[in-house]
Design a protein around this ligand. Structure first.
Ligand code: MN
Length: 391
């Protein structure tokens, strides 16, 4: 493996893959990415939990087991005596198909980035305060639709719905279709009740990338008073690789200063922000580089909040950070902000102009995080192309 790879021993993300060649046999199963190859875990570890078509059974085994497997893999991949068996269990990425990494349970999407929340407030409610009065007291979220979570590469048909019109609502394909660059978190180990902020790493298995496709015209009309509904439930794309928390030990940072201090159940428990560098490409052109480190609410606070009422967290439950944006224009993680609601269209390097997505547009979100010795680990990417509205 080339040194400097974003998928070296410091990373070891998990996914679900199957061989492209039918003759290879074997259905979808657990793999770990190393360089540009996938390691068949059921084969090298001789454990059927990795022959499952999702990570859920392994994730449910808990944190001690996650650490044990990571240590085994590190040993296998770094010891000369294992070279033969390891090489026999490697498949090149180009020869496999990647699937949803886990079976989604409940899905919550948050709104935890202050730059995004304030910009969206200014655009959607120009006469009001940018942030609602509750925003700095709790991570605001809504329940998404887990049945429309799709793996990277799945085409996304343009959704239809109601839009506000001068003579009353109209119905048809969305005219303001958007992406949202987000960081996703998946629950591995169940919790029967509240998960305190300090217990985050006992329950969350890993981190991935998420595109919360959003129809802004549908959203603007339907969202008051109960929040997003059909504007976001048609599709949510997730990246194929789940980076385990242990791979992120050099990425933890302090979150932004809190003002006001949150209630005690949301008090920060150390460096629980994550220094991830996101990049968004539209038709191959970089349109934004959102920095996740400045996101106001941490993932630990989000999980604490969503369970504080007694709701359990279950294996496979996932939650999104909310759109990741930063203070600069080229750090905004959605077209709503990048084009300021359509008032300031973007001109791409090929001369095309966009306020929102057109049919055929492809959006790709990638990210990296710091690793030991100034290196970076990669999250890979989540991509999707817009198709014309159905029928
Ligand atoms: Mn979102």
């Amino acid at each position: 493996m080339p040194s400097g790879s974003e998928f070296g021993l410091a990373n070891l993300p998990y996914g679900i893959y199957s061989d492209n060649a039918a003759s290879a046999g074997g259905g979808p199963r657990v793999g770990v990415r190393i360089g540009d190859s996938v390691l068949d875990l059921a084969r090298v570890l001789a454990d059927d939990v990795f022959a499952e078509p999702s990570l859920n059974a392994f994730m449910a085994q808990g944190r001690a087991r996650w650490s044990e497997v990571r240590a085994q893999l590190t040993d296998l991949l770094s010891t000369e005596q294992h070279r033969g068996p390891v090489e026999a269990a490697l498949r090149p990425l180009s020869a496999v198909r990647l699937h949803l990494p886990f079976t989604p349970g409940d899905y919550v999407d948050f709104f935890g980035n202050e730059y995004h929340a304030a910009n969206a407030g200014r655009i959607f409610r120009p006469d009001g305060e940018p942030l609602t009065p509750n925003w700095k007291h709790m991570p605001i979220g809504y329940h998404g639709r887990s049945g429309t979570i799709v793996p990277s590469g799945t085409p996304v048909p343009r959704p239809c719905g109601q839009r506000r019109g001068s003579g009353g609502p109209t119905f048809g394909p969305s005219r303001r279709l958007d992406f949202e660059a987000e960081v996703g978190f998946v629950v591995g180990a169940d919790s029967a009740g509240p998960v305190p902020v300090g217990a985050f790493a006992d329950h969350v298995f890993g981190v991935f990338l998420l595109n919360d496709w959003s129809a802004r015209d549908l959203q603007a009309w339907e969202s008051q008073p109960l929040g997003p509904f059909l504007a976001k439930s048609f599709a949510t794309s997730v990246s194929p690789w789940v980076v385990p928390l242990e791979a992120l030990e050099h990425a933890w940072v302090s979150p932004p200063p809190r003002d006001p201090e949150p209630l005690p159940y949301l008090a920060d428990a150390g460096r629980q922000g994550l220094d991830l560098a996101l990049e968004v490409r539209l038709n191959g052109h970089r349109v934004a580089s959102p920095p996740y480190a400045g996101t106001y609410w941490t993932a630990a606070q989000m999980l604490a909040h969503m369970t504080v009422n007694g709701a359990p967290a279950r294996t496979g439950d996932l939650f999104g950070s909310g759109t990741v944006s930063g203070p600069d224009r080229d750090q905004r993680g959605c077209l709503l902000e990048l084009s300021w609601g359509g008032a300031e269209p973007l001109t791409l390097p090929d001369g095309s102009v966009r306020s929102f997505l057109e049919d055929g547009d492809e959006v790709t979100i990638s990210a990296t995080a710091p690793a030991a010795g100034g290196g970076r680990i990669g999250f890979g990417e989540v991509t999707g192309r817009i198709r014309p509205a159905l029928g």
